[in-house]
Design a protein around this ligand. Structure first.
Ligand code: XMP
Length: 492
């Protein structure tokens, strides 16, 4: 591991560094930036096609941004400044956005009249007219499609009078791609999946599969059923175990115990209870010391989140005097830990991504760098001829006043609060896809300079220079009045 000597030397003299203190060494390279592989992991069982995760913040990740992130190959973590029910609904909106496999298809009974079925469609506002038809013993008897409704001129007829009885079916675990090929070959618009007792246990709809398979870039980060992956933040204690249960019911893929102090008894207890009760990956944090990482992994964490006070809206380092500069924190926590590490907060430019990964992270979590996108929550603000969006810390006064989970994140129990974050605005950044394209471009380029063909190689090969103030000034554009800098944020 090339970076070992660099960080051990720093540790020996008691110095910790962060992004602006270091640059990656360039090395001999046969790697073309365009061909690097960006796949990584957020946690033991949660894959990433790009190593970027959006922060669980109320001005960053709700369903729109989470959908955008998963479609681009990353992952969104839905924030917890919502009631458990509201947060579960946000999760469901992501999970059902692409409708791969419908695992609880709506069926109609063979003795229901068309009039009755149509009434149900109208009442519920269903946008579809294809239904498996079952008998009163729950066994598949046929299918109804839009044609059957269109050509039926007597609504008092029962489903069994107009349905198609010869139904092609597949077994329960049929993968999405196989179902698509089968439906295409047989020109079938819906495909029920049935068990040995002829009960309908799933349904594929051709138009959904066509949209996923054709419109899909292979970049979509999806589960086995073709649904976008999504994570959700939870806090600590019994109410959050119940919150976890509700999120799991809506098929959330990964839970993130999201606290300002991950190495606390409350976090470890909650982590152990969740791992005991549910079969789901749990990422825990935030921490910045190696002992804390070990304790979380011992308690069952499937991934850890590193970053205390590094964030653009954080004041923890100033108000509480706590935290370790982020690049050293990543290295220290990631060394020999055995689970994926997410570097959370403090990134300002795309070049910070290869630095975080080079220091040992498997992914980066961004708040500020994704806030202000079209998909982030909140209205656009017009001020002084520019467009802005709000961005605030989860420990800011506004967020803590708005929600008890924000207060709990910072262990605030009294009415008078001591915020550990600020509120503000960030320039409107445009579409998420364009923003991520630039960030990945920077990461790819960095990997090309290092000679790393994939994320694991970057973690292996990266080595660093510690830079001086003069080196820092030299790194940024200088001696020019900048007139165009579309993917560069000047230091204030
Ligand atoms: P960036 O730099 O990406 O940081 O904007 C986002 C991360 O910052 C953390 N966070 C906070 N930390 N006070 C803090 O000390 C806060 O109010 C606060 N809000 C968010 C969080 O880890 C997030 O992912």
């Amino acid at each position: 591991m090339a970076r070992l000597q660099f960080f051990e030397n720093l540790k020996n003299i008691g110095v910790a560094v962060t992004y602006d203190d270091v640059r990656l060494k360039s090395g001999h390279s046969k790697v073309e930036p365009a061909s690097v592989i960006l796949e990584s992991k957020f946690s033991r069982n949660i894959p990433l096609k790009i190593p970027i995760v959006s922060a669980a913040m109320d001005t960053v990740t709700e369903h729109k941004l989470a959908i955008g992130m998963a479609k681009l190959g990353g992952l969104g973590i839905i924030h917890k400044n919502l009631s458990a029910e509201e947060q579960a609904k946000e999760v469901a909106k992501v999970k059902f956005h692409l409708h791969g496999l419908i695992d609880k298809p709506i069926c109609v009974y063979e003795d229901e009249t068309i009039e009755n079925i149509q009434k149900r469609i109208d009442e519920k506002g269903w946008k579809f007219h294809s239904f498996p038809v079952i008998n009163r013993s729950g066994k598949l008897a046929g299918i109804l499609t839009k044609n059957d409704f269109d050509f039926c001129d007597d609504d008092s007829q029962e489903a069994k009078d107009v349905m198609t009885e010869q139904v092609l079916t597949k077994e329960p675990d049929t993968p999405l791609e196989d179902a698509y090929d089968f439906m295409k070959k047989n020109k079938k618009k819906i495909l029920p999946l049935v068990n040995d007792d002829l009960e309908v246990v799933g349904l594929y709809v051709f138009s959904d599969l066509a949209r996923i398979i054709k419109g899909k870039s292979s970049m979509h980060n999806v589960d086995k059923k073709g649904r976008l992956l999504v994570g959700a933040a939870i806090g600590v204690g019994v109410p959050n175990i119940l919150r976890a249960e509700m999120l799991i019911k809506k098929q959330v893929d990964v839970l993130v115990i999201d606290t300002a102090h991950g190495d606390s008894k409350a976090v470890l207890d909650t982590l152990m209870q969740i791992k005991k009760r549910f079969k789901i990956d749990v990422v825990a944090g935030n921490i910045s010391e190696p002992d804390s990482a070990l304790r979380l992994v011992e308690a069952g964490a499937d991934g850890i989140k590193v970053g205390q006070g590094a964030g653009s809206i954080c004041t923890t380092r100033i108000i509480a005097g706590i935290g370790c500069p982020q690049v050293s924190a990543i290295y220290n926590c990631a060394s020999g830990i055995g689970v994926p590490v997410c570097a959370d907060g403090g990134l300002r430019n795309s070049g910070d991504i290869p630095i975080a990964i080079g220091a040992g992270a498997h992914s980066v979590m961004m708040g500020g760098m994704l806030s202000g996108t079209e998909e982030s929550p909140g209205e656009m603000i017009f001020l002084e001829g520019r467009q802005w969006k709000r961005y605030r810390g989860m420990g800011s006064l506004g967020a803590m006043r708005a929600h008890k989970e924000s207060r709990a994140r910072y262990r605030v129990t009294s009415k008078k609060m001591v915020p550990e974050g600020v509120e503000g605005m960030v320039p409107y950044k445009g579409r998420l896809a364009d923003v991520i394209f630039q960030y990945l471009g920077g990461l790819r380029s960095g990997m090309g300079y290092v000679g790393a063909a994939n994320i694991e190689e970057l973690r292996e090969k990266a080595d660093f220079h510690r830079i001086t103030h003069a080196g820092f000034v030299e790194s940024h554009p200088h001696d020019i009045h900048i007139t165009e800098a579309s993917n560069y944020t000047p230091r204030e």
